[in-house]
Design a protein around this ligand. Sequence first.
Ligand SMILES: *Cc1c(COP(=O)(O)O)cnc(C)c1O
Length: 435
Amino acid sequence: MNYYSTNNSSSDVTLAEAVIKGLAPDRGLYMPERIERLPREFFDGIADMSFHEIACRVARAFFGDDIPGDELDAIVCDTLSFPTPLVEVDPGIYSLELFHGPTLAFKDVGARFMARLLQYFIRKGDDHRKVHVLVATSGDTGSAVANGFLGVDGINVHVLYPKGKVSPIQECQFTTLGRNITAIEVDGVFDDCQRLVKSAFLDEELNERLLLTSANSINVARFLPQAFYYFNAYAQLKRLGKADNVVMCVPSGNFGNITAGLIAHRMGLPIKRFIAANNANDVFFNYLQSGVYTPKASVATIANAMDVGDPSNFARILDLYGHDHSVITSLISGTTYSDGLIAETMKDCYERTGYILDPHGAVAYRALRQLLLPGETGVFLETAHPAKFKETVEARIGAEVTIPERLAAFMKGKKQSVEMSKDFADFRAYLASLE
Ligand SMILES: *Cc1c(COP(=O)(O)O)cnc(C)c1O
């Protein structure tokens, strides 16, 4: 199946091109040219299927034309090496825990899938050079991408991060891995890291010699696989007899996660409606109210992975619904909460139920408490483990957050990094020395 750019519906590239390019040359986002509606029987039988079986079926709808079934199944099973359980927090309100992967955040799903898909295309293609993935991070993306690609043959990952500006927990998740992962500690801020990566992609000479690619969250191979766990959540609800009138509530930043849910809905997944839960970054919320989209500079909050002032996947949402504001508002509602309310929510939920929310999940949990109607079942996506935001959470709930074993293991590892100035000439020389 081919992919078109949200800026030009008659453009047309293969899956391999869309994955390797990431962003379309016209700066649009790639969309699948067809979204297959899954048959009734699939949904009737879904409660008896395993997560792997469900995900393989969904994956075939997206990628079945491009990858032989058995190879695709292997990629899916290897990606989903961890569960996504549903935990009841309040009567009728469930947490979909997406933090059981290697870096304790939902981005593990997309990053692991993309790494394996890219490896498949490299093995199949005629270009036998190594692929170099360049990623600039302010924290979380770097760890998900680095761990997703760890040990994947033929691909080297270079994670650029601002020296002294990521939390120690985040830093150890990409600086202690070794093998095919190199952490580059840039003497600058996040924007410098991003500029270095962009300059490398624009450098013709480098690109002639090296196969450079990004693992940006807008990549179709990172974005589409997120649909898997929406289907799996539905299967779990069905087993509980709670699958009617389901409301999915997604803590949103760049809106990739919720857009994957909207695609699942388009494939026939019986979800009644969606809520996009936002922190103080309220551009989407304002769009829903007014019909006018006005990007702004992001503001810093305690749910910092959602500090986005111009969400890239907004273009995909517009495209899915033909730019029709009334269709969008009939399916999606929004909320926006200050840090004060997010903090209050973590505390209140912990005191009443004993459940520890991370700041991002807390935004979505609060939205369900506010907007869920009688007869509806609410599911919020718990996108990260609270231990990733240990200090923030502990200060609010007044109790200790235990660090899971796999996070503690990172913290015991030895940090290895390459020091780099923010001058492109240095980064260029580093790249030029690679094979
Ligand atoms: C990235 C991230 C989000 C936002 O997801 P989008 O797909 O960008 O909307 C929410 N929570 C956490 C913990 C994240 O890391």
